[in-house]
Write a protein that binds this ligand. Structure first.
Ligand code: ZN
Length: 382
């Protein structure tokens, strides 16, 4: 088999990355996300319309190189094209879940000077220009040939990843439209909207639903993790490509009742992990300086230009500041670990933000939730 065949074969068989699934979350590169969150990431920075030129160039260039002899200048050029392509991709939220820095480091290793020398030797050896005593250097050259295949698979891998993300975000966009149109908010309604999508003849035509885009291939390995003396078995899943992971994430997200909803005020998408009927997003609306959910309850906001609200302008700030100071003090006294303190801070931020958008909550529950002992109790769970 020649180099090109080996490279193409590699694309379908190499485990590119692994994801660990824990309850309703997935972990990738040491970070955890709610299952289904990739759907939000592709909608947030609209990934349906990534400019494909640079990636298509890379694919064509990779093909060209595979059809001719190994050449140092071309190979270095290929390396820099890969790095530029990765730099463009890393601006998209969905690619940020990967450890881009580590990824580049791994790639750079394949293009190191000592590797290139070996690739050159291997090329001469292949053309019978270079004779070696079998046992002497063969192992090293075989290893170099495998590295070279890996290096060439990267170009294809990147260009197909871009196409896969575009395809995925179009799928997400269309299913979300169904969900919003059907007003589907419960798990049952989500399932019905999902089924509507799969059985829609037009969607079938666009996305070739008949060829099972949700059918994915992966290698699943059980892993045991222990925390606080309790052991649990989780699924660690190895994927050969991005699409299999994304599709799995979307449909497993729906199983957990995680879905996207479109904010009626700013038209942006937000991610729901509860079956609650939230209609408006909680992110700050740039035009009015307050979250959309606040605007919904206070329509007068949109009628007059509001000054951008500072955190300290909030009526709930004093209590938050008070708790924040206590958490910092307790941390410096060593009463609570850095981890617990960080979680406690996260909690007070969460309650504070909630109070700012939900007046019923602010009046009835905010002070109770902000009790320091309860905060720590919550922060020390799990
Ligand atoms: Zn909004």
């Amino acid at each position: 088999m020649d180099l090109k065949d080996n490279v193409l074969k590699k694309l379908n068989t190499t485990n590119l990355f692994s994801v660990t699934y824990r309850k309703d979350k997935f972990a990738l590169s040491d970070k955890e996300y709610p299952i289904g969150y990739t759907s939000y990431l592709v909608m947030d920075t609209d990934s349906r319309f990534i400019d494909e030129n640079i990636f298509e160039d890379l694919r064509i260039f990779t093909e060209e190189l595979l059809n001719k002899d190994f050449n140092r200048t071309d190979f270095l050029d290929y390396h820099s094209k890969i790095i530029s392509a990765i730099d463009v991709l890393s601006q998209y939220e969905v690619f940020k879940i990967f450890d881009i820095k580590k990824c580049k480091e791994e790639i750079n290793k394949l293009f190191a000077e000592e590797k290139i020398k070996l690739y050159e030797e291997y090329n001469r050896f292949k053309k019978n220009e270079y004779r070696i005593k079998i046992s002497e250097k063969l192992d090293e050259l075989i290893k170099a040939s495998v590295d070279l295949e890996t290096a060439f698979s990267i170009g294809f891998c990147i260009s197909s990843a871009v196409k896969e993300v575009e395809y995925y975000s179009s799928v997400v966009f269309q299913i979300t439209n169904k969900i919003v149109k059907n007003n589907a908010r419960t798990k049952t309604e989500l399932a019905e909207a999902f089924s509507d999508f799969i059985n829609d003849p037009y969607m079938n035509f666009i996305f070739e639903v008949n060829s099972h885009p949700f059918g994915t291939r992966a290698t699943i390995i059980p892993v045991v993790e222990s925390e606080n003396g309790t052991s649990k078995i989780y699924r660690k899943v190895y994927y050969n490509n991005l699409k299999d992971f994304l599709m799995t994430d979307l449909f497993e997200g729906y199983i957990h009742g995680h879905y996207l909803w479109r904010c009626d005020i700013c038209d942006r998408y937000f991610f729901m992990t509860t079956a609650r009927n939230q209609l408006y997003c909680s992110t700050v609306n740039k035009k009015y300086g307050v979250p959309c959910s606040y605007i919904a309850k206070h329509p007068e906001v949109t009628k007059r230009k509001m000054k951008k609200q500072r955190k300290s302008d909030s009526p709930y700030y004093v209590l938050w500041k008070n708790r924040y100071d206590s958490i910092r003090k307790n941390k410096s006294l060593g009463k609570y670990s850095a981890n617990v303190s960080a979680k406690a801070k996260e909690l007070i931020d969460y309650y504070f933000n909630l109070a700012n958008v939900d007046f019923d909550y602010a009046e009835k529950q905010y002070e109770k939730d902000m009790e320091l002992s309860k905060i720590y109790e919550e922060a020390m769970k799990d």
